[in-house]
Design a protein around this ligand. Structure first.
Ligand code: GRG
Length: 309
């Protein structure tokens, strides 16, 4: 959305982009689609637990990235919305499982008690499982006006991004690295490119796939996403140190407490900020050939580094 104040920009200059209005508008669309995606039915307990975490708020960055990438590449919001919802279902299930006592053992997420605190560990595990499988069903059954081979490619890419080659693999190395603050930068990069980066990359690339992008454009989108993915994690590590629990909606200072190696523990805060900015600049450079159409994705890259939660 263009800010109304800026509609009178001097001739020849493009009006400023109102990122905050854009993010709010897209999040409202996503929120409504997520609410419709998962009706409460029998057995109510599990649907309630799934809805509790899915509709608990959050920035909705992953679905918004998918919608922005699809529209950048000439597709529509409608074509991408089922995949966008599925991405949020998968992200949410990873948060539910990550918060379990067997993993990070967190009591708060998105400003609310974690799923297992409300429903118990057994139901929280099943709520995660339910969301994961429903995400794939949802893409396959709800995507409209997109050729079947593109939908198949989205499902395949997403399966790879969440499995042992992606989120699961990253989480395993992360768990193994707990209590080892001296792990190498290579290991730290592996953890984050898999645990955080793989899903963010899938969001951006799947948006492009749904719109029918060329292989070279998909590679460009993928490089944009890799850069914002790593920057996102560096900022996450910084916020774990500098932000309050109220700002984060979850416990702050967890990394130090778990004796985890982080980017700030390796580089310090200032260098971490510099590295994150470099990655954001590199991400935005990948978008240059797309011109003004890429303004939303470029502004989202800036948001990733300036965010406070
Ligand atoms: C995916 C099959 C499967 C299993 C899950 C637990 C696990 C395996 C992986 C952990 C993945 C994880 C929790 C990564 C952290 C990603 C991250 C930085 C989350 C915070 O994302 P934000 O800030 O959160 O976008 P909101 O609440 O705004 O959505």
């Amino acid at each position: 959305m263009i800010a109304t104040d800026d509609l009178h920009a001097p001739q020849g200059e493009s009006p400023a982009f109102d990122l905050s209005a854009y993010l709010t508008q897209q999040a409202v669309l996503v929120e409504a689609a997520l609410d419709r995606s998962l009706p409460l039915t029998y057995p109510e307990k599990i649907y309630e637990a799934m809805r509790y975490s899915l509709l608990a708020g959050g920035k909705r960055l992953r679905p918004i990235l998918c919608l922005a990438s699809c529209t950048l590449m000439g597709g529509s919001v409608e074509m991408a919305m089922p995949t966008a919802c599925a991405l949020e279902m998968i992200h949410t299930m990873s948060l539910i499982h990550d918060d379990l006592p067997a993993m990070d053992n967190d009591d708060y997420r998105r400003g609310k008690p974690t799923n297992h605190k409300v429903y118990g560990e057994d139901i929280a595990i099943l709520a995660g499982d339910g969301l994961l499988s429903y995400a794939f069903e949802f893409i396959a059954t709800q995507t409209q006006n997109v050729p079947a081979e593109r939908v198949l490619q989205v499902i395949a890419r997403l399966g790879r991004a969440v499995g042992a080659a992606g989120l699961v693999g990253g989480q395993v190395v992360d768990l193994e690295s707990e209590g080892k603050p001296d792990i190498s930068l290579e290991t730290l990069n592996f953890i984050h490119t898999h645990k955080t980066g793989a899903l963010l990359e899938a969001c951006v690339v799947c948006g492009g796939v749904l719109a029918g992008s060329s292989e070279s454009d998909l590679q460009r989108l993928s490089r944009y996403a890799e850069n914002i993915g790593l920057a996102f994690q560096i900022v996450d590590d910084i916020l774990d140190i500098t932000a309050t629990a109220e700002e984060l909606g979850k416990t702050a200072g967890k990394d130090l407490q778990a004796q985890k190696a982080t980017f700030p523990s390796l580089w310090g805060l200032e260098e971490s900020r510099r590295q994150a900015q470099q990655l954001i600049d590199a991400a935005k450079a990948e978008l240059e050939p797309f011109g003004e159409r890429a303004i939303p994705l470029s502004a989202i890259a800036d948001f990733i580094i300036s965010r406070t939660n």
